[in-house]
Write a protein of this length. Structure first.
Length: 160
C-alpha cells in the first residue's frame, strides 16, 4: 500500500515542482518607483521678464507617466525664449523590458497660444513630442507620436 502511495505522490510532486508560478501584477501601492535617468548638468535659466507668461511658465522640471502610469518621464525646460527652448526629455525603463531608460537634449520650437489654443513646445523627428500648457499654468499635456502610435501624458511641475 505504501509503495502505491509513493507512485501517486511522485508525479504530483514533479508537476508542482516543474510549473512556474503565475506572475502577479503588483497593486499600485506595491509598485516600486522607477528610476528616470537624468543628467546632472541640468541648469534652469529663468526666462526673460518680458516673455509671455504662458510661454515662461514652461521653464522648470515637469514629471508624469505616459498611458496613465505606464512609463514615467521627465521634461526639463532649461532655457526658453519666444522662438525656441532647450529641453531635456528623460524616460524610465520600459516596464516589459522593450527598452532602457535614458535622456536626450533637444531644441524645441515654441509656439504661442492663440484664441483657441495654448502655448506649446514641439521637438523630435522620428518620434514627435508636443507639450501644451494648461490654462492654469500648473500642468502640461503631452502627445508622443511615432508612426501610427499616439500616447498622452499629463505632467506636473517638480520643485528643483
Amino acid at each position: 500500500m505504501k509503495r502505491n502511495q509513493v507512485w501517486i505522490l511522485l508525479p504530483f510532486l514533479l508537476i508542482v515542482g516543474c510549473t512556474k508560478p503565475e506572475p502577479t501584477v503588483p497593486t499600485p501601492s506595491e509598485k516600486l518607483e522607477p528610476t528616470i535617468p537624468f543628467p546632472e548638468s541640468i541648469k534652469i535659466i529663468l526666462p526673460s521678464a518680458d516673455l509671455d507668461p504662458e510661454i515662461a511658465a514652461f521653464s522648470g522640471i515637469w514629471e508624469g507617466s505616459w498611458g496613465g502610469g505606464f512609463l514615467p518621464s521627465r521634461l526639463a525646460v532649461e532655457k526658453i525664449d519666444s522662438d525656441k527652448a532647450q529641453v531635456v526629455y528623460a524616460w524610465a525603463d520600459h516596464p516589459y523590458g522593450d527598452f532602457k531608460g535614458g535622456w536626450q537634449r533637444f531644441i524645441a520650437g515654441v509656439y504661442p497660444g492663440g484664441e483657441r489654443e495654448f502655448a506649446r513646445l514641439e521637438f523630435g523627428t522620428a518620434v514627435h513630442f508636443t507639450f501644451s500648457m494648461d490654462p492654469n499654468l500648473q500642468k502640461i499635456y503631452g502627445v508622443r507620436e511615432a508612426g501610427q502610435e499616439r500616447h498622452i501624458v499629463t505632467m506636473t511641475r517638480k520643485n528643483p
